[in-house]
Design a protein around this ligand. Structure first.
Ligand code: SAM
Ligand code: SF4
Length: 336
C-alpha cells in the first residue's frame, strides 16, 4: 500500500526527506566523547527485528523520505545487518530512494565493503579523529587504527566514496587536524569536522573537550586559503574548498552556529522510537503502532503526529556552569 506522497512537512514548513536509523546502540568502541566506558546497553529483546526496521523505513520512504542513513552505535556490529541493507536497496532499484548510506567507525569495513557496494551504497561516512595509533586507542578506548585503515582501503577498492568525520577535541586532535585534512584530501576524501555536543553522561568533562570550530577555522586560515562553497550533501555541514589541497572541508557547528532552520531529518532508534530533534527529549513511540496492526495505517498516522510536533531547534550549551548534558541519551542512541 502507498500513502500520500505529498511528503511530510513539519510545523515550520520544513520537508522531511532524510531518515537516520540507529540499528543498534551497541558498539565495539567506547569513544570518550560518545560513551562512558561502562555502558549499559538495551536488552536484545527490546530491539526491533530487521524485518520490523525494514517495514518502518519503507513506510517513511512511502511518505517522502529520499535519503536513508544507517548508523548506531556501530551499525556493522548488528547481527545480519547486511540483510537489512540488501532489503532496503530495493528502494534504490525502483527509484523511491535517492541514497542509502551509512556512518561507521570503519572497524568492520574490510568484511562488508564489497557487499555494501553491491547493494548500491555509493558513499559512506567513516569517523576518524586521529592518525596516531596511540591517540586513536586513547580516544576510542577499544579501537585499533590498523583495522580501520584496512577498512578504509577496502571501501576505496570497492569503489565507495568516503567522507571522513572527525570530532574536534580541544588539546587532543586540534593541532593534528590540518594533517588529517591533507591526508584525507590526498586520497580524494572530504573531511568534515564536528563540534562535540552535550549528549549523555560520559566519564570526561565536556568543557575540557569542547573546541568551537570558529577558532579552528581561524587557525586554519593562517595556513590555508578557504573559500566558502555552496556544496551540500543533504546534511548540516557547511563546506569550504581548500586551495592548497584542492579538497573539501566541512564544518558541523551545532554549538556555534545553529543549523536547525534547514533541518530536513528525523531519527529512528533500534527500538522504534522516533526523535524529531537530535537536541530535544521529545520522542514518539512507533513500535506500538507497528506491532498493533499488520497494515501500516496506524503507523502512518503516528508518524504524521510526530512530524506535526517537530520542534524548531535544539538548545545545546557547553560551559562551566552547565554540568548536565542537554539531553540524557547518548549519541549512540540516535547515531548523530
Ligand atoms: N559508530 C559510528 C561512528 O562512529 O561513525 C556511527 C555512530 S556515531 C554516534 C556517529 C557520529 O557521531 C560519529 O562521527 C561520532 O564521532 C559522532 N559523535 C558521537 N558522540 C558525539 C558528541 N557527543 N558530539 C559530537 N559528535 C559525536
Ligand atoms: Fe561507537 Fe561511534 Fe560512539 Fe565511537 S562514536 S563509541 S564508534 S558509536
Amino acid at each position: 500500500m502507498s500513502f500520500d506522497t505529498s511528503g511530510m512537512i513539519d510545523p515550520f514548513g520544513r520537508a522531511i526527506s532524510y531518515l537516520r536509523v540507529s540499528v543498534t546502540d551497541r558498539c565495539d568502541f567506547r569513544c570518550t566523547y560518545c560513551m562512558a566506558e561502562d555502558m549499559t546497553f538495551l536488552p536484545k529483546r527490546d530491539l526491533l527485528s530487521l524485518e520490523e526496521l525494514d517495514r518502518l523505513c519503507t513506510v517513511f520512504i512511502e511518505k517522502g523520505v529520499r535519503k536513508l542513513r544507517l548508523t548506531g552505535g556501530e551499525p556493522l556490529v548488528r547481527k545480519n545487518v547486511m540483510h537489512l541493507v540488501r532489503s532496503l536497496s530495493r528502494h534504490l532499484g525502483n527509484g523511491a530512494l535517492d541514497e542509502l548510506t551509512l556512518t561507521t567507525n570503519g572497524s568492520q569495513l574490510s568484511r562488508f565493503a564489497d557487499e555494501l557496494a553491491g547493494c548500491g551504497v555509493k558513499r559512506i561516512n567513516v569517523s576518524l579523529d586521529t592518525l596516531d595509533p596511540t591517540k586513536f586507542h586513547a580516544v576510542t578506548r577499544w579501537g585499533n587504527l590498523d583495522k580501520v585503515m584496512q577498512g578504509i582501503e577496502a571501501a576505496d577498492r570497492a569503489g565507495l566514496r568516503i567522507k571522513l568525520n572527525a570530532v574536534a577535541l580541544k588539546g587532543f586532535n586540534d593541532a593534528e587536524l590540518p594533517e588529517l585534512m591533507r591526508w584525507a584530501h590526498g586520497r580524494g576524501m572530504d573531511l568534515t569536522v564536528i563540534e562535540t555536543m552535550p549528549m549523555g553522561e560520559i566519564d570526561a568533562d565536556r568543557t575540557d573537550q569542547y573546541l568551537p570550530l570558529s577558532l579552528l577555522r581561524a587557525e586554519l586560515e593562517r595556513r590555508f586559503t578557504l573559500t566558502d562553497i555552496p556544496y551540500k550533501t543533504g546534511g548540516p555541514a557547511r563546506y569550504v574548498e581548500v586551495k592548497e589541497t584542492g579538497g573539501r572541508l566541512g564544518f558541523i557547528t551545532p554549538m556555534t552556529h545553529n543549523f536547525c532552520e534547514s533541518c530536513n531529518r528525523v531519527r529512528l532508534t533500534c527500538t522504534g522510537t522516533l526523535y524529531m530533534c537530535l537536541g530535544q527529549d521529545d520522542a514518539a513511540d512507533l513500535r506500538t503502532p507497528l506491532r498493533q496492526s499488520e497494515g501500516n495505517e496506524l503507523l502512518s498516522r503516528a508518524i504524521d503526529e510526530a512530524i506535526g510536533r517537530k520542534p524548531k531547534g535544539h538548545d545545546f550549551v557547553i560551559d562551566r556552569n552547565t554540568h548536565r548534558p542537554a539531553v540524557a541519551r547518548h549519541m549512540s542512541v540516535t547515531g548523530g
